[in-house]
Design a binder for this molecule. Structure first.
Ligand SMILES: *Cc1c(COP(=O)(O)O)cnc(C)c1O
Length: 430
């Protein structure tokens, strides 16, 4: 028996039936650093970025990594050094960009609920643009900028009302969503923004959802946004840039077949050109598609528990490390880190792979055919996005360690949290 190849993960591969991250054996990493353990490939991040860079060759474009997908400082450094800006959604994320040495002028600030304090913080830092999501927010931002004797650069997020055909929790561009301003109100709100003394209108933006695997919703959204650009510029409000958001999906499962970033952009740029907007500066905010397939979570099998209706494979990673299955019934491939030992005489069995947390929602994979025994290592694939950045300390579980592999070099980019770390900041009664 040999282990099958891992299509879709060029930087993670079996060599002599052992999983490698670039040039490094994953089981060696697990033995040295313990489990659960996130292992990222720097080359995988840069090759995902390169697909966008190829797509934008010869164009004026700024890629702003949507850092909520994975906001670990060293990950931000990788993208900052490659010339990326950042799409942030909180003052905390702004501080992370500063700590990682990112360029503030390339930062855009998205989100429906920016506080006055966050606006002040971002204005003082000199960020590139606020992506404003409501008329009320425009008024508050103008007022805050006024108290600082500044003009805030703004773009307004429009809701193009297209169905991105993804999970409802990660659809954001439909009428019933909390995001952006309605298509029919857009021109009026732009006119209002242009009339506010302490705002400088510079762009327009949209973001229709996440884990999008089809091109059509993007093309539809672009058409609707360009209709608005025409109306806004027709009212003598010049727009320097069009920000088209993020949302491109990855192949969690072999049935997910998202387009490559350069393929997607070839079609979008053709539409921009045909409608006469090919010369406009473009901004994009990809998150998942830059980091999702660049990371795995290595976990050890603690127990196998046969049952009447289900067999359980109990592992040491849980919903606090890998929240996506519990939150969105999301799928992650789960693969062995090495061939099972012959002496153990194991057989393939169908398991629910579950963690130790006391919730039935704590599952990582349902009905997986595995050949495992206690002590074996498994790799949960596509764990680079929306895993560590959503991790919690539920059940007083410290967050996992993170490693960044670069060729044969291994960087510890986050040390494992101890229990004491998890209650630092708490106080006993006196
Ligand atoms: C989350 C988010 C993104 C990134 O989405 P991905 O699906 O990770 O690419 C981009 N823009 C905004 C406004 C977001 O909220």
């Amino acid at each position: 028996m040999t282990l099958p190849p891992l299509p879709g993960y060029p930087h993670f591969a079996y060599r002599n039936d052992e999983l490698f991250a670039e040039e490094v054996s994953v089981s060696e990493l697990a033995h040295l650093h313990g489990t659960p353990l996130f292992v990222y490939s720097r080359a995988a991040m840069l090759s995902a970025l390169a697909a966008y860079q190829r797509g934008f060759k010869g164009r004026q474009a700024q890629i702003c990594y949507a850092m909520k997908a994975n906001s670990s400082l060293a990950v931000l450094q990788v993208f900052a050094r490659a010339g990326c800006g950042f799409d942030i959604v909180s003052g905390g994320e702004l501080e992370r960009v500063q700590a990682a040495g990112g360029d503030m002028r390339k930062v855009i600030f998205s989100g429906v609920g920016k506080t006055r304090a966050e606006m002040r913080q971002a204005l003082a830092a000199g960020i590139g643009c606020f992506n404003v999501e409501s008329e009320a927010e425009l008024n508050v931002l103008s007022e805050v900028a006024g108290t600082m004797k500044l003009k805030a650069p703004v773009s307004i997020r429009v809701n193009p009302n297209v169905d991105p055909k993804t999970h409802p929790y990660i659809s954001t561009g439909l009428k019933g969503n909390k995001f952006g301003v309605a298509h029919e109100d857009t021109l009026r709100i732009y006119q209002h923004a242009a009339s506010l003394e302490h705002l400088r209108v510079i762009g327009i933006d949209c973001h229709i959802g996440s884990q999008i695997t089809e091109i059509t919703p993007y093309l539809d959204a672009l058409d609707r946004v360009l209709d608005l650009v025409a109306a806004i510029e027709g009212a003598d409000i010049a727009l320097e840039h069009i920000d088209f958001g993020g949302g491109l999906g990855i192949n969690y499962d072999s049935s997910d077949t998202p387009p490559e970033a350069d393929m997607l952009w070839r079609q979008l740029l053709a539409k921009l050109d045909s409608r006469g907007y090919g010369g406009k500066k473009l901004m994009i905010e990809p998150g998942r598609s830059l980091v999702g397939n660049a990371g795995i979570c290595v976990t050890e099998v603690l127990y196998v528990k046969p049952g009447d209706q289900k067999n359980f494979c109990i592992v040491d990673a849980a919903m606090n490390d890998l929240p996506r299955p519990a939150m969105y019934q999301a799928f992650h491939a789960i693969v062995p880190v090495a061939l099972p030992g012959i002496a153990e005489n194991q057989v393939e069995t169908t398991y629910d792979v579950v963690g130790p947390v006391c919730e039935s929602g704590d599952w990582i994979g349902h009905d997986r055919v595995l050949d495992v025994a206690a002590g074996d290592l498994l790799a949960v694939m596509s764990a680079g996005a929306y895993c560590m950045s959503m991790a919690s300390n539920y059940n007083t579980r410290g967050r996992a360690a993170e490693l960044l592999v670069d060729g044969d070099k291994v960087h510890v980019i986050r040390v494992r949290e101890s229990a004491a770390d998890t209650f630092r900041g708490e106080k006993l009664l006196s």
